[in-house]
Design a protein. Structure first.
Length: 275
């Protein structure tokens, strides 16, 4: 039996933050003590300051890795992909440049607003990489991308700047997500007892899929809904099997994905966008 590994354990939320190395578990009944990912399981670039919050609108210039640049661009729904992209690009001779902002609306042409000025600065970085012959890849994701027409306009401009662009839909929105962490901890079998339904809101998914289909040439798109909400529904399990065992899909009391799930479950899918 592997030894327990406590990764994050603030006293006030210790019950939902216990993280241990999992023993073998059946697909139908997972011991909640083996489920990893926590309330504070945030993307790595939150701690480094590369993810902007509040009134900040000047992106950092940091990159992770070496080789062809891969820009991750969008709001916090884009930011949740950072750990998966960092893992997937590590073996591809790629450098990850996370350029995300909470509530940020990345839209081109950029307007005169905090989001607009941030968008323009990120675009300048992408253009600079293109001018230097590094053929940037842009992974564009989030809720604030706009209508399908606005998304196509943004992609058209990025392509004109010399970038290859891929879209990722925002993660599906579970109803009553606040109950999931405590349910997983308390349940004797999280995969069968802790189930969630999706809300009617699609967080811009329809516009993203439509833009990808209607653009010429078409834009490659990764749809997170069938990955995060596996099966035919109407309810889904918040626990999936990652590369190191059971892992919680959603983070804390938000509708954002855990960094562990992004790294262990999503990385392989993201790798197809950055080859």
């Amino acid at each position: 039996m592997p030894a327990a590994r406590l990764l994050v354990a603030p006293a006030l939320i210790a019950a939902s933050l216990l993280v241990v190395a999992p023993p073998a578990a059946s697909a139908d009944g997972v011991d909640p003590s083996t489920v990893r990912a926590t309330q504070l399981d945030e993307p790595f670039h939150y701690a480094t300051g590369d993810h902007l919050t509040g009134a900040r609108e000047v992106p950092t210039t940091r990159r992770y890795g070496y080789g062809r640049p891969v820009f991750l661009v969008g709001d916090s729904m884009a930011g949740q992909l950072a750990d998966g992209l960092r893992r997937s690009t590590a073996g591809q001779h790629r450098a990850l440049l996370p350029r995300t902002k909470s509530g940020g609306i990345f839209r081109l042409p950029a307007g005169d607003s905090p989001s607009g000025r941030w968008s323009a600065r990120v675009r300048s970085q992408i253009r600079a990489e293109a001018r230097d012959g590094r053929r940037p890849i842009v992974v564009l994701a989030g809720r604030g991308l706009g209508t399908s027409t606005q998304i196509r306009s943004t992609v058209w401009r990025l392509r004109a700047d010399g970038a290859t662009v891929h879209l990722v839909t925002a993660s599906p929105l579970p109803a009553d997500v606040a109950t999931l962490p405590s349910c997983v901890v308390a349940s004797s079998s999280p995969t069968t007892r802790c189930r969630f339904r999706l809300t009617d809101a699609d967080a811009g998914r329809s516009a993203t899929l439509t833009a990808a289909r209607q653009a010429s040439p078409r834009i490659s798109v990764l749809d997170l809904t069938p990955i995060a909400a596996r099966g035919s529904g109407p309810t889904y399990s918040p626990v999936h099997t990652g590369t190191d065992g059971p892992v919680q899909v959603y983070r804390g009391v938000s509708n954002h994905l855990t960094a562990t799930w992004s790294r262990e479950v999503l990385a392989g899918r993201l790798a197809t966008l950055t080859r």
